[in-house]
Design a protein around this ligand. Structure first.
Ligand SMILES: Nc1ncnc2c1ncn2[C@@H]1O[C@H](COP(=O)(O)OP(=O)(O)OP(=O)(O)O)[C@@H](O)[C@H]1O
Ligand SMILES: [Mg+2]
Length: 318
């Protein structure tokens, strides 16, 4: 069984990217991106639609060329060395190609053939192990087209991992999957990380970003900051306030036009607003009351609060 590749992640970072640029015509899909991913970590790239996540992922998978910059995977320069890292890497694209009219098992065997794996007891054992791991064993004879969204993603993961890679690239792997299945998918990823796999994952879900060891914010092809979820939550340069009002949706619209309010977001039953650090509570309360009074919206409560990732995300994106 694998891994007999001469490339491995024994030394240095799993991924090293410096000053990476990628243009599509006049669009800067990546405009000078730099980061490193350590071996055995789950590194998340969080960003809105069109931020550059898939472009970055495809470059790392060796499927797309790029402009300026240096990209090293397992120590090899993707531009000059082209080491053929397919044994080492698994890439699960945003739309993973499953054959709906083949069964779960047939799909997995199809992918193992793509990786030139010889059939036999060792492959059977690997597939059984992965199916157990992904809780897919009871469904191995089911047609892929008859699986739920979450099960399809787990089958995609099984197919991507069949050749025992050391680095897993996942592009929005749980997009459109229900929250329970997403949680289960992440549990599987965490267990895989514990067994030594390095995972590079893009997402638009903040609860998923929270599960990564480190997160990079990407927007308009630029990475703003990289830190642990805990550091990120404490990284705001502004003050966050939690308000309860009589009409939160109209209030948020009003706040968009108030100069002192940097951003406003409905958060459950309340509203979160950011103001500059030097705003005292009395001053913020006055600003809020002045903005809401003409519309007859009541302010029930106001207090400083700690930011969550969603707050930080909105703050960074505005
Ligand atoms: N093949 C292409 N030709 C032209 N422009 C492209 C191409 N691929 C991506 N782009 C552009 O590059 C930018 C980054 O796209 P990319 O697909 O990397 O974003 P993304 O973060 O993956 O978005 P999403 O969350 O929607 O998948 C976008 O402006 C996109 O329109
Ligand atoms: Mg994408």
């Amino acid at each position: 069984m694998k891994n007999d590749s001469k490339y491995n992640l024994n030394n240095g970072p799993a991924i090293f990217v410096e000053g990476l640029h990628k243009k599509f015509g006049s669009i800067d899909a990546l405009a000078g991106v730099s980061f490193e991913v350590a071996r055995g970590e789950i590194f998340g790239v969080l960003g809105p639609d069109g931020a550059g996540k898939t472009t970055l992922m495809r470059i790392l998978a060796g499927l797309m060329d790029y402009g300026d910059g240096s990209v090293r995977v397992a120590g090899f320069d993707l531009k000059t060395e082209q080491p053929g890292l397919s044994d080492l890497i698994a890439y699960m694209p945003q739309r993973f190609g499953l054959y709906e009219d083949l069964t779960v098992m047939e799909n997995i065997l199809f992918y193992s053939d793509l990786y030139d794996m010889s059939r036999g007891a060792a492959l059977d054992a690997r597939i059984e192990e992965l199916l157990e791991f992904c809780r897919m064993a009871p469904f191995k004879n089911r047609l892929a087209g008859k699986l739920s969204g979450g099960m399809k993603q787990k089958l995609g993961l099984t197919c991507a991992l069949v050749h025992t890679p050391q680095l897993l690239l996942l592009d929005e792997p749980t997009n459109g999957v229900d929250p329970v299945s997403r949680r289960e998918f992440w549990k599987i990823l965490n267990e895989m990380r514990k067994s030594g796999l390095t995972i590079f994952v893009s997402t638009t879900y903040l609860d998923e970003a929270e599960r990564c060891n480190r997160i990079a914010f990407i927007n308009h092809g630029r990475i703003g900051s990289i830190s642990t979820p805990q550091q990120l939550k404490k990284s705001s340069q502004n003050l966050l306030w939690r308000l309860e009002v009589s009409d939160k949706f109209r209030a948020v619209e009003v706040f968009k036009n108030v100069e002192e309010i940097i951003s406003a977001l409905v958060m459950g039953p309340a509203i979160h607003i950011f103001t500059k650090k030097d705003c005292a509570k009395d001053a913020v309360e006055k600003i809020v009351r002045n903005a809401l009074a003409p519309l007859g919206i009541q302010l029930y409560s106001i207090g400083e609060c700690e930011a969550n990732l969603e707050d930080i995300f909105i703050e960074r994106m505005t």
